[in-house]
Design a protein around this ligand. Structure first.
Ligand SMILES: [Zn+2]
Ligand SMILES: [Zn+2]
Length: 279
């Protein structure tokens, strides 16, 4: 039987012997392929954790970038150095300058310069600019841009396209992956800037024959108010699921509240955790 696994490679938390950072990357084996979803913030953490977990980045068939924030794209040069044949999938606006502005503090949060250089050096036939969803193989699909339908969900922070804070960044490049497994859909989010519920609804709409099995990723609920959390949890409850693995930017409070409401079905994500699914 083909393997169908997801391993958390980089996360804000890590198992013993692994490194943690504010960043995210998943290693997915599905549909007979190895797919890297995001690359973490730094080359060092990605390289260390991959080595410690016996994961060979040179063996990846595909790399999907969830969006153009630095904490998901920093390990990109390492991946492209180690793997000359990898196919890269991402939205074209991943390259744009972007900022997070809190009161007077302006922070550049865009894809690092070295990662842009590495992408530019990639042969054109190896880069796939996703303006729509794309089937990566028989088991796994990249969502492409996710329609923003809910009223209570926002990108989850003070994100702007200019350092003066005039133009809001809706982070339209944000995309998710979903795997079709015998147990149901496995939805992987990078930061879920499109909104977790928008993301899940998009996955269900494209897979009307399946229910959600697992939701894994960063849900970016650190700044969410009580109303958004309540409505998000109600919507998840209504859709139904077997397991949620909150990672990366989900936020401690949101994770604690998820556990309070859904108990054992919440499993804390950290680098080194592997989840298996029946193909
Ligand atoms: Zn982000
Ligand atoms: Zn992030």
């Amino acid at each position: 039987m083909r393997r169908n696994t997801i391993t958390v490679l980089v996360d804000n938390q890590a198992r013993e012997g692994l490194l943690s950072e504010h960043g995210f990357a998943l290693w997915i084996e599905a549909g007979g392929e190895r797919i890297l979803f995001d690359t973490g913030q730094s080359e060092g953490v990605l390289e260390h954790n991959a080595g410690a977990l016996g994961i060979d980045l040179a063996q990846a068939d595909k790399l999907v970038l969830s969006h153009g924030h630095y904490d998901h794209t920093g390990g990109l040069p390492l991946v492209l150095r180690k793997n000359r044949n990898i196919q890269v999938y991402c939205h074209p606006t991943i390259l744009r300058p972007r900022y997070s502005i809190k009161q007077t503090e302006v922070k550049s949060v865009q894809i690092p310069f070295q990662s842009v250089v590495a992408l530019n050096e990639l042969p054109k036939q190896q880069i796939h600019w996703l303006r729509n969803g794309s089937l990566l193989n028989s088991a796994i699909k990249a969502s492409g841009p996710i329609p923003r339908r809910t009223k209570y969900e926002t990108p989850g922070g003070s994100f702007f396209l200019d350092p003066a804070g005039k133009q809001r960044d809706k982070i339209e490049d944000d995309l998710a992956l979903w795997l079709r497994t015998r147990g149901g859909l496995v939805v992987c989010a990078g930061c879920a800037h499109a909104g977790l519920i928008n993301t899940l609804r998009q996955a269900l709409q494209h897979n009307r024959d399946l229910k959600i099995h697992t939701i894994i990723g960063g849900f970016h609920l650190g700044n969410a108010d009580q109303n958004r959390l309540q409505r998000t949890f109600d919507a998840i409850d209504q859709m139904g699921f077997e397991r949620i693995v909150p990672c990366h930017c989900t936020g401690e409070r949101a994770t604690a509240l998820l556990r309070e409401r859904f108990g054992q079905r919440i499993s804390s994500g950290k680098a080194g955790n592997t989840y298996r699914f029946r193909p």
